[in-house]
Every structure is written in structure tokens, then in C-alpha cells.
Design a protein around this ligand. Structure first.
Ligand code: NAD
Ligand code: UD1
Length: 356
């Protein structure tokens, strides 16, 4: 990968014929795994990332794993003139938009920042695309857009609900903007992928999830307990109306997700669509703890703590649409998700920082 201090980044080995995909947020968790699969599939990739929560090292490792080069531009997705220059320079044909902020609790404390990055960022990107007649777009959405009252399993034909957090509202708002855009101009090809709970890591153990500070999400937190960095896990709520009293979620391997993006890209059609990416299988927090213990061979100490504000007792995906429209389904088991998470943790106890 070639990088320059400013915007310029050229990949000399681009061949003239293959599609050039702009991946915003490609240095982050899901983006980096998707970049890997895109390169493996023969796409040329340009990553735009401000590295606020991503790592240049992740992209270096992706290049090593695949044996191919990508282009990297350090910058903010809200910078429309930068995006325009990238689209022109690299002759971008397709955009995968991962760049955004994702910490739910933080979004309630700093909603303006979340609306700015997640909504203004999407608008700037879309406006730059309009200027340059690039109209193939895949958006990182979330199961959170179903809101609090949707029927389980979540199906794409139920309407968007009202998510409880500014984070969730920003995702629902961008989906609405995209729907309106496709309505106004039928030459757009737009797909919103609604992720359930992405976990796991590439099975090389070289790329994975590297949260800043104390992790908010379950798997990174359990990993740190298993690694001895924290003494115990707080399980948020043991009195939900679920089989074992703890929340149930649909955890999906990040490599399955990455492959889901390439399937979505290959099956993009005119108009606006939303597609769930999940496994359809609910797993409780206690089941996840047990699965992790089985893989790492250690006891995960935990305590039942009060419920976390905004948590829903349970939800999971109806996966029929992804199978029908993308010929995609998650194939990696819970055991593989946990094994790959643990391998990533043990090989990179400090995430990417030990090499930066
Ligand atoms: P991540 O934080 O690891 O990746 C996001 C990337 O975007 C980071 O590399 C970050 O540096 C970059 N970024 C942030 N603000 C930017 C800006 N203004 N300009 C340019 N780059 C910027 O998160 P992730 O888990 O890989 O999530 C990717 C996308 O998927 C996000 O939009 C997130 O909201 C969405 N999503 C994630 C989950 C999840 O559980 N991880 C679930 C549903 C949806
Ligand atoms: C959260 C967000 C969701 C977002 C996703 C990915 C909320 C309400 N939802 O999903 O919008 O798309 O992260 O960023 O925040 N848990 C514990 N102890 C912990 C951590 C988690 O018991 O230390 C439990 C939670 O209560 C939950 C489950 O583990 O039941 C999964 O939590 P988490 O990984 O944070 O994901 P979600 O809350 O499902």
C-alpha cells in the first residue's frame, strides 16, 4: 500500500478493466475484512478513512494476507471535495460506506457528533457521487433500525421503527435518505445491509476488532476477561423473559459479513433495498460465556449486573431474503466465531497497537 501524508494515494498496479470500489471506513473492523474479500475477488480497492477508530496496520496486514495492493487516503468522509477528487482520480464505480461512529452510549452523550459523522458524512459522500454519476452504493446499516417493537425474527418487510439511541436514529435517517434518493432517481442502485451482531476475526489471527478503551460490546469484553485484563464480565440483566434470563442476540462472523457485502455488490439492482445479514440463530449472553470458556479453556468470571439502558431482551434475523436475493447465508459456526476471536486476542493482546 502506498500512502501519502495528505490525500494523494496512487496504486500503480491498478489494471484498466476491473471495477474500482471506494470503501469508506475500510480501516475499521468490518471494513478491513471486507476489503480483504474484495481484493481476493479481484476488485480494486480505495480506502478512505480518517483513522479515528481504524488502523493503517490493519490494511497493511490485509495486503500481506492477500498478496495484493490497495490504495489508502487518509481523510474525512464529510469532505465532499476530497471524495470528489478520489472518485475522479481512481475512476470509482461502486461505493461501500462503512465510515461512521458506532458506540451507542457515546451517541446519547454526544448526539451532534453522531449526526454529523453518520448523516452529514453520508450526505457529502452521496453528493460527490451525484456530481460524478456514480450510483452504486452499499450502506452499513444495523438491526437497530427495526426499533423496539418489531416482531421477532426481524424481517425486512416490517417498517423501520424508532431506535432508542442517536446512533440508531442516524442509521434509520440515512436509510430514509437513500430510499428518497432512489425514489427521485431510478438509476441509483442502493442496498442497505442490516447487520446483526458482528463478531469474530479473520482465521489468520492477523486482523480483528480493536476497540479503543474499555469495550462496550460483549465479545471484546469477554476476550479481555479471558486474557486477564479485566477480572470479570458484568452480564447486563439476568431477569429478562428469555430461556436463561440473559439477552439473546444473533451473532454473525465478520468474514460471513464481508462475503455478504461482496454478494450484495454482485447482486446490486436498480432501486433501493434493505437486506438482513445475520445467522437467524439467537445466542444468550450465558451461552456465549460458555462457548468462550470451551474455546479458551479458562473460566470467565461474571456477575449479574443491572440491565443496560436501551437493551432489548432478544432479537434475531429472518435470513430468507439474503438467501434469495444474494445467494448468501452465514456459514461459520458459533464455535468458529469464538475460536477466531480468541486467536485474534491471543496473537494481538494490544490489538494493532503493539506494532504501531
Ligand atoms: P469501526 O469503528 O471499526 O469502523 C469504522 C471506520 O470508520 C473506522 O476505521 C473509522 O476510523 C472510520 N471513520 C469514522 N469516522 C470517519 C470519518 N468521519 N471519515 C472517515 N472515516 C471515518 O466500526 P465497524 O464495526 O467496522 O462498523 C462499520 C460500520 O458498520 C459502521 O457504520 C457501523 O455503524 C456499522 N455497524 C456496525 C455494527 C457492529 O456491531 N460493529 C453493527 C451494525 C452496523
Ligand atoms: C449494540 C447496540 C447496537 C449496535 C451494536 C454494535 C445497544 C442497545 N445496541 O448491540 O445498536 O449496532 O452494539 O455496535 O447498545 N453485554 C453484557 N455485558 C457486557 C457487554 C454486553 O452483558 O459487558 C450484553 C448486552 O446486554 C447484550 C449482549 O451482551 O445483551 C450484546 O451486547 P453488545 O455486544 O453491546 O451488542 P448489542 O447491545 O446487541
Amino acid at each position: 500500500m502506498r500512502s501519502s501524508s495528505k490525500y494523494e494515494e496512487q496504486l500503480s498496479t491498478f489494471s484498466k478493466n476491473s471495477r474500482v470500489v471506494l470503501v469508506t471506513g475500510g480501516a475499521g473492523f468490518i471494513g478491513s475484512h471486507t476489503v480483504l474479500v474484495l481484493l481476493e475477488q479481484g476488485y480494486q480497492v480505495v480506502v478512505l478513512d480518517n483513522l479515528s477508530n481504524g488502523s493503517y496496520e490493519a490494511l497493511t496486514r490485509v495486503e500481506k494476507l492477500v498478496g495484493k495492493r490497495l490504495s489508502f487516503v487518509k481523510g474525512d468522509v464529510r469532505d465532499q471535495s476530497l471524495v470528489t477528487s478520489i472518485i475522479n482520480k481512481y475512476k470509482i464505480s461502486d461505493v461501500l460506506h462503512f465510515a461512521g461512529l458506532k458506540a451507542v452510549a457515546e451517541s446519547t452523550l454526544n448526539p451532534l457528533q453522531y449526526y454529523s459523522v453518520n448523516i452529514e458524512g453520508s450526505l457529502a459522500l452521496l453528493q460527490a457521487m451525484v456530481e460524478n454519476s456514480v450510483k452504486r452504493f452499499i450502506f452499513s446499516s444495523s438491526a437497530t433500525v427495526y426499533g423496539e417493537n418489531a416482531k421477532i425474527p426481524y424481517r425486512e418487510d416490517s417498517s423501520r421503527g424508532t431506535p432508542s439511541s442517536p446512533y440508531g436514529k442516524s442509521k434509520a435517517a440515512v436509510e430514509q435518505i437513500l430510499e428518497d434518493l432512489a425514489q427521485a432517481d431510478d438509476s441509483w442502485q442502493i442496498c442497505c445491509l442490516r447487520y446483526f451482531n458482528p463478531i469474530g476475526a479473520h482465521n489468520s489471527g492477523l486482523i480483528g476488532e480493536d476497540p479503543e478503551g474499555v469495550p462496550n460490546n460483549l465479545l471484546p469484553y469477554i476476550s479481555h476477561v479471558a486474557a486477564g485484563r479485566y477480572s470479570k464480565l458484568n452480564i447486563f440483566g439476568g431477569d429478562y423473559k428469555t430461556p436463561d434470563g440473559t439477552c439473546r442476540r444473533d451473532y454473525v462472523h465478520v468474514m460471513d459479513l464481508a462475503e455478504g457485502h461482496v454478494a450484495a455488490l454482485q447482486n446490486l439492482v436498480a432501486g433501493f433495498d434493505v437486506i438482513n445479514l445475520g445467522t437467524g440463530v439467537p445466542v444468550s449472553v450465558r451461552e456465549m460465556v460458555a462457548a468462550y470458556e470451551a474455546v479458551c479453556g479458562k473460566e470467565i468470571a461474571f456477575e449479574i449486573a443491572p440491565q443496560r439502558a436501551g437493551d432489548l431482551p432478544e432479537f434475531w434475523s429472518d435470513c430468507a431474503k439474503a438467501k434469495q436475493k444474494l445467494s448468501w447465508e452465514a456459514v461459520r459456526s458459533l464455535k468458529e466465531m469464538v475460536e477466531d476471536t480468541w486467536q485474534w486476542q491471543t496473537k494481538n493482546p494490544l490489538g494493532y497497537h503493539n506494532e504501531e
